[in-house]
Design a protein around this ligand. Structure first.
Ligand SMILES: Cc1cc2nc3c(=O)[nH]c(=O)nc-3n(C[C@H](O)[C@H](O)[C@H](O)COP(=O)(O)OP(=O)(O)OC[C@H]3O[C@@H](n4cnc5c(N)ncnc54)[C@H](O)[C@@H]3O)c2cc1C
Length: 255
């Protein structure tokens, strides 16, 4: 193992959490046709304490001394482990190209957690609504794992939109959360209106789906995670139901 000094990044570009720690890539799973799950383990067996919903910067160093490229990613694993898990869409940009070619044993540098605005905290009414698009499910998987492990009594409804059945990230685990009563899980496919293998919802998340699955919407704190466009559309929809668009009622994670 190389010394700690070798890996402490100097100086980190684009601001953010300056200190990064070395993590070894220990698992790569082709999660969906376009998304890979990456699991990293701390080189120093450090447990990572963060709030569910937070993100880190994953950095890569070409020469082992300074970080050449870094991008933020939501943590999908539960807090308190010496491993960190991510669901990353491979878009052939700077970092995802490196990740796509990465091998087990490769070292990446991971920052301290960040992103206070999207932390999950049990709400006053003990009711939350999670709305995710595509890889936007990542922070919610973290939250649901955390809620289950800590037996937090929060009534959760998760609305999750993806294009096709094979784009669903962690389908079995989401089914398990529903079966165990951790969350009501509603998945809707936007590009498979006529798939005979799909008995669930199809089409976008709209007013009819909110009425059907979240009749108590104004009593819930909503967490939104998706693209800018997705979050804006959902915010307008929530507003049309009388949900105030302030940070006490709607929390955003946008990428
Ligand atoms: C808080 C936060 C959390 C996030 N969490 C996640 C997560 O959990 N999972 C996830 O998948 N993403 C997540 N992201 C997005 C992530 O940070 C990156 O933006 C994404 O992975 C792309 O990084 P990249 O370096 O591969 O692409 P970049 O190099 O930054 O490129 C960005 C885009 O430009 C396109 N592009 C790049 N070069 C070219 C070119 N020459 N010609 C045409 N197009 C080009 C790429 O295809 C890509 O779509 C998160 C973002 C934020 C802000």
């Amino acid at each position: 193992m190389q010394s700690e000094q070798t890996y402490v990044a100097t100086p980190v570009q684009k601001g953010g959490s300056a200190i990064k720690r070395p993590y070894k890539l220990i698992e790569i799973i082709q999660e969906t046709p376009s998304v890979k799950a990456f699991k990293f383990k701390s080189e120093f067996q450090e447990k990572s304490y963060f709030k569910p919903g937070q993100f880190v910067q994953i950095g890569y160093s070409l020469d082992g001394t300074r970080i050449d490229v870094q991008r933020p990613y939501s943590i999908a694993s539960a807090p308190g482990l010496d491993t960190l898990e991510f669901y990353i869409e491979i878009v052939d940009g700077k970092l995802t190209s490196i990740l796509n070619k990465a091998k087990i044993g490769d070292i990446f540098n991971i920052s301290q957690p960040n992103g206070k605005n999207f932390e999950f905290t049990p709400s006053k009414n003990k009711r939350s609504l999670f709305i995710a698009a595509a890889t936007g499910i990542a922070p919610f998987i973290c939250m649901l794992r955390y809620i289950e492990q800590n037996r937090i009594s929060e009534n959760i409804t998760l609305l999750y939109t993806v294009r096709t059945k094979q784009d669903i990230i962690r389908a079995t685990e989401l089914e398990d959360f529903a079966r165990k009563g951790i969350a009501k899980v509603v998945i809707t496919l936007t590009r498979e209106e006529n798939n005979p293998d799909w008995q669930g919802e199809t089409g976008r998340i709209d007013a009819a789906k909110l009425q059907k699955y979240v009749p108590d919407i104004t009593e819930r704190v909503t967490y939104l995670c998706g693209s800018n466009q997705f979050n804006s559309t959902m915010t307008e929809l929530l507003k049309s139901f009388g949900v105030p668009a302030d940070k006490d009622h709607i929390k955003h994670d946008v990428w």
